[in-house]
Design a protein around this ligand. Structure first.
Ligand SMILES: C[S@@+](CC[C@H](N)C(=O)[O-])C[C@H]1O[C@@H](n2cnc3c(N)ncnc32)[C@H](O)[C@@H]1O
Length: 250
C-alpha cells in the first residue's frame, strides 16, 4: 500500500495543470508526471505481480505455462519500469522477453532494473507504442496499462496482428465491477481518484482518446478487446486489486 501513497503524493504536483486540461480536454501524458507517480506505480503493483504472476496467473492461462517453460516469445507492452517483464524473464529462462513502453524515461529505468538484476542478456526494453511495436509473439501482456492508452481497441488489434497462431493476449487491469454502484468501496474510490488524475488524462493526451478509465469493468473491456478482432475473453484470475483476462488468437 505504501506505493499507492507514493502515487498520491506524486499526483498532486500536477493537479493544477490537470484541472486546466479538464477544461481544454487535451489530457496529460503519463511520462509528464512527477517521478513519484511512476516509481509509486511500480512499488504498488509489483508485489501483486511477484505473488501471483508466475504462481497463479500464467498457470491459469490455457497452455501458456508449458510454452513459456519450453521457450516462447513474450512481449510486455506498456511495461513501465519493467517489474512484470523481469519476473517473466527470471521465471522462464528459455523464453525471450521484450518490454515496450511509449515513455523513454520508463524504458531507461527498466533497462537499469534489468542490469541491476543481472538480466540484461535475457530481456530487452524498447520504446514503442502499443499500436506500433514490431515482432510476433506467443504471449503479449498488458499489465495495468490498456486503459491508459489513447486507442485501446487499436492496441488490441495490433496485438491480434502480432500474435503467432494460437497465441495469447493476457490483460491485467485494475479490479472493477461493471456498475458504478458496485465500485463504491475503498479500492474503487482509490482507483477512481487515480483514474481522474492519471489514467483518463493519459488516454486523452494520445490519438483517439478513448479515456476508458481505470474502473471500466469486464463488460466494457470485452467491447474493447473484441473490437480489436478477438472473439473470446475469459476471466482467469482476480485479486482485490486486479482482474486477469485471457484472449486467444485463432
Ligand atoms: C500504470 S503504468 C503501468 C506500468 C507497468 N505495466 C506496471 O504494471 O507497473 C501505464 C504505462 O503505460 C504506458 N503507456 C501509456 N500509453 C501507452 C501506449 N499507447 N503505448 C505504450 N505504452 C503506453 C505508460 O507510459 C506507462 O508506463
Amino acid at each position: 500500500m505504501i506505493g499507492a501513497f507514493e502515487i498520491a503524493v506524486g499526483s498532486v504536483y500536477a493537479t493544477d495543470t490537470i484541472s486546466e486540461r479538464f477544461r481544454t480536454g487535451t489530457g496529460f501524458s503519463w511520462g509528464a508526471h512527477d517521478p513519484h507517480v511512476l516509481g509509486g506505480c511500480e512499488r504498488f503493483f509489483r508485489p501483486g505481480y511477484l505473488n501471483n504472476l508466475t504462481s497463479a496467473w500464467i498457470p491459469a492461462l490455457d497452455g501458456v505455462e508449458a510454452k513459456l517453460t519450453a521457450g516462447a516469445r513474450i512481449a510486455d507492452v506498456g511495461c513501465g519500469h519493467g517489474a512484470s517483464t523481469l519476473l517473466l524473464a527470471q521465471a522462464y529462462p528459455a523464453s525471450s522477453v521484450v518490454g515496450f513502453d511509449a515513455h523513454q524515461g520508463s524504458i531507461d529505468a527498466a533497462r537499469k532494473r534489468a542490469a541491476d538484476a543481472g538480466l540484461s542478456d535475457r530481456v530487452r526494453f524498447e520504446v514503442a507504442a502499443a499500436t506500433t511495436f514490431d515482432g510476433h509473439y506467443d504471449l503479449v501482456c498488458f499489465f495495468d496499462c490498456l486503459h491508459d492508452m489513447g486507442d485501446p481497441s487499436g492496441a488490441c488489434a495490433h496485438v491480434h496482428d502480432h500474435l503467432t497462431p494460437g497465441g495469447t493476449l493476457m490483460l491485467i487491469e485494475p479490479f472493477a465491477n461493471d456498475d458504478l454502484s458496485d465500485n463504491l468501496n475503498p479500492v474503487g474510490a482509490a482507483y477512481y481518484g487515480f483514474s481522474t488524475l492519471l489514467c483518463t488524462p493519459s488516454s486523452l493526451a494520445q490519438e483517439v482518446g478513448t479515456a476508458l478509465g481505470a474502473q471500466a469493468g469486464e463488460a466494457r473491456l470485452r467491447e474493447i478487446v473484441t473490437g480489436g478482432g478477438f472473439t473470446t475473453l475469459r476471466r482467469v484470475a482476480e485479486t482485490p486489486f486486479n482482474i486477469v483476462l485471457e484472449a486467444r488468437a485463432a
